[in-house]
Design a protein around this ligand. Structure first.
Ligand code: 2DT
Length: 211
């Protein structure tokens, strides 16, 4: 009886420039889905808790230097080391709300001048999201939201390049939300998209990114 087949969870990714509000919205979405009694977890990349994640964190805090290719592959490896757990959670019915994913991986590295296809290659075979929410904000607008932190990449000129690189990656799973709308309005839009996706995705098998 198909009614008794476990429904898989949805892989929902939020992307956008620094200060677009995605971390806040990830938190709100997870609370909302929990409130509905749905199994859900908040994830983020980089996951700074693993050994690889600690290397990434040190690089982001400017405590270590790595060449662009090396850090790119570490970010990718940080997703690969979580891939199996991610698949198991999704198959068991848990929806994952993920703050950044391969799109950040490619757009940040491509913004340093690395070839886009080279950047995409190590991401191939990771789990493809069912929904990517891109929170759209101009780099200038984002910069006005308060001074950037001290981490690498938190500079206007670089964010402009990232904004451009993100556009190359847009595909059918992307929904673009105007990140200058009110928190509540954005929250509602995201809730609607998430519920639709959770409802419809069990009909679709899990698929792989970029193959
Ligand atoms: P947070 O501030 O969101 O922790 O991000 N980044 C992120 C990459 O360059 N490649 C990646 O694959 C990912 C996931 C974006 C830390 C910074 O790391 C960048 C901002």
């Amino acid at each position: 009886n198909s009614e008794h087949v476990a429904r898989r969870g949805a892989l929902i990714v939020l992307e956008g420039l620094d200060r677009c509000g995605k971390t806040t919205q990830c938190g709100r979405l997870v609370s909302f889905l929990e409130g509905r009694g749905l199994p859900v977890e908040a994830w983020r990349f980089p996951d700074r808790n693993t050994a690889i994640g600690k290397m990434i964190s040190s690089y982001l805090m400017n405590n270590t230097q790595l060449d662009d290719q090396t850090i790119h592959l570490l970010f990718s490896a940080n997703r690969w080391e979580k891939r199996l757990l991610m698949e198991n959670k999704l198959r068991n019915g848990t929806t994952l709300v993920v703050d950044r994913y391969s799109y950040s991986g490619v757009s940040f590295s491509a913004s340093k001048g690395l070839d886009v296809n080279w950047c995409k290659a190590p991401e191939k075979g990771l789990i493809a999201p069912d929904l990517v929410i891109y929170m759209d904000i101009s780099p200038e607008e984002a910069a006005k939201r308060g001074s950037y932190g001290i981490e690498r990449y938190e500079q206007l000129d670089f964010q402009k390049k990232v904004a451009h690189s993100y556009q190359i990656l847009r595909d059918a799973t992307w929904k673009v939300i105007d990140a200058s709308l009110s928190l509540e309005l954005i929250e509602n839009l995201i809730q609607e998209l998430a519920l639709e996706t959770i409802e419809s995705c069990p009909k679709m098998p899990l698929s792989s990114l970029w193959i």
